[in-house]
Ligand binder design. Structure first.
Ligand code: PDD
Length: 285
């Protein structure tokens, strides 16, 4: 399929889209990103994704590459040019191109902006959610600022591959106290035997997921019992249900953790219901 990528002000054929070898994203992973769901050609939760982008950038002292409204226009235009009806739009901002030096580049160096979009087959995604996914646990060896959506994702890359090598789709990071933090690219949830939905608080050790925030709102509206607290690997093994959330997969039921079936080994009713109701509560624009 013919694809287009936005690179620093230009829409280019995907195959010809390039950044400079001295882009700081390429050399230092000095940048941040966002992934926003596209549904029926519209952006899901754009406002919250751009809020988080602004926060990530400000934590790293990188300037916004464009005004917020212009970023929205570029994301939409990239979606339109790629004829993506359902899928994701990816946005990346780095500290720009400069002669290699660990310290910040000279004032006035312009941040680099790349936007791409990709279709995801909703039928295949639905089939995956019907089957549920397997997860493995791995030690969390990331830096402390995982609240910043940085493009420095080496531990996440290695964790995801460790999952694949063990026949699973996602890896859940576990901290030094044996508590689950989050997935390599998802937030982690369980439903206890008593029917309580549990997910780690967003203050420390995880990315404040947008999908997570919407799911918490849905759960509150439905009067479901939610506990924002850390949970252990042992607790996840004994859970009635488990699931993962991210813009790229919404609510994805987890049916196996470390080779052990969760509940009856099939997607549970809480995860299924949250998935079914998600787009009633998400903002589409
Ligand atoms: N990942 N935790 C991590 C480490 C993530 O990378 C992500 C998102 C999430 C979920 O956040 P949200 O609900 O805002 O998508 C949690 C994106 C989808 C990715 O890297 O592809």
């Amino acid at each position: 399929m013919f694809r287009i990528a936005y690179v620093n002000g230009r829409y280019l054929p995907h195959a010809a889209a390039r950044v400079h070898v001295e882009d700081r994203g390429y050399q230092f992973a000095d940048g941040v990103y966002e992934v926003c769901e596209v549904r029926h050609g519209r952006l899901v939760d754009e406002r919250r994704h751009l809020d988080r982008l602004a926060r990530s950038l400000s934590e790293l002292r990188i300037a916004m590459p464009l005004a917020r409204a212009a970023l929205g226009v570029v994301m939409r235009e990239t979606v339109r040019k790629n004829r993506v009806r359902d899928g994701i739009v990816y946005l990346q901002v780095t500290r720009g191109v400069a002669s290699r030096d660990h310290g910040f580049p000279p004032p006035g160096t312009r941040p680099s902006l790349v936007v791409t979009a990709r279709a995801i087959d909703p039928v295949k995604q639905a089939a995956l959610a019907e089957a549920g996914i397997a997860v493995v646990t791995v030690p969390d060896n990331r830096w402390e600022r995982v609240d910043i959506k940085s493009i420095a994702l080496l531990p996440n890359v290695l964790a995801r591959q460790a999952a694949r090598d063990r026949g699973a789709r996602e890896a859940w990071f576990v901290d030094q106290d044996g508590l689950v933090t989050e997935g390599s690219a998802t937030n982690a949830w369980i439903v206890t035997a008593a029917g309580r939905i549990v997910t780690r608080p967003a203050e420390f050790g995880i990315l404040r997921g947008i999908t997570r925030a919407v799911v918490l709102e849905i759960a509150a509206k439905q009067g479901l019992k939610v506990e924002e607290r850390p949970f252990s690997v042992a607790e996840s093994h004994a859970a009635r249900e488990a699931f993962a959330t991210a813009a790229s997969q919404i609510v994805m039921p987890v049916v196996e953790i470390d080779g052990r079936p969760i509940g009856d080994g099939r997607p549970g009713p809480v995860a299924r219901a949250l998935r079914a109701r998600f787009h009633d509560s998400a903002e589409c624009s």
